[in-house]
Ligand binder design. Structure first.
Ligand code: GAR
Length: 208
């Protein structure tokens, strides 16, 4: 069977993308990265993708409406015949047009236990709120912000004396593990979305 194709969208460092690429390379994840797209010309993740000889594209957002921009990105993803799109630190809101092109085929990772701490600086929000446990969430993308049906979550303790950086690093380790696991479940057709719930038809449904 040909490998399932992933499209990765990122805006920055790209450590989640690297973890996915490593797992695909080691065949821990049965998929290949068909294209990496960024809205930021000098995103580190794009540079890493080029070094790994992946198809890496910068799509310049300047002077384009959200939908005009997304039409360009969708055209690239379609040309690459992607089966699943993974947002990996992609700091743009997708237009309804984009989302409608790929129903239940766009995943995002967020550094908090949604629905807590949506939006930017989730780790800072967690520290400021004083929670004792936070974590990360992989979810399908819908037209809201960080609001789509949840595929997997993993918890991370907040420790005494944590800074935003320390907490972010601890969460990131879990993100790197959780994202590939969620991707595999979706690609294997084991996730069934019913309203807000994602039913996972697998013998090992927990995040560990
Ligand atoms: C990750 O922590 C990811 O969860 C977060 O940005 C970071 C990207 O890191 N995404 C969001 O906050 C989206 N709302 P990376 O570029 O090293 O993968």
């Amino acid at each position: 069977m040909p490998k399932k194709k992933l499209g990765i969208l990122l805006s920055g460092r790209g450590s989640n993308f690297e973890a996915i690429a490593d797992n695909a390379e080691k065949e821990v994840l049965d998929a290949e990265i068909a294209i990496v797209i960024s809205n930021v010309a000098d995103a580190r993740g794009l540079e890493v993708a080029r070094r790994r000889n992946l198809n890496a594209c910068f799509v310049d957002p300047r002077g384009k409406s959200r939908e005009e921009y997304d039409r360009e990105v969708v055209a690239l993803l379609t040309k690459s015949k992607v089966d699943l799109i993974c947002l990996a630190g992609y700091m743009r809101i997708l237009s309804p047009y984009f989302i409608q092109q790929f129903p239940s085929r766009i995943l995002n990772i967020h550094p908090a236990l949604l629905p807590a701490f949506k939006g930017l600086d989730a780790q800072k929000q967690a520290l400021e709120y004083g929670v004792k446990v936070t974590g990360c969430t992989v979810h399908f993308v819908d037209e809201g912000v960080d609001s789509g049906p949840i595929v997997l979550q993993a918890t991370v303790p907040v420790e005494e004396g944590d800074t935003e950086e320390l907490l972010a690093r601890r969460i990131l380790r879990e993100e790197h593990r959780l994202y590939s696991k969620a991707i595999a479940l979706v690609l294997e057709g084991l996730c069934e979305v019913e309203g807000r719930s994602v039913h996972i038809h697998s013998s090992s449904v927990n995040a560990d």
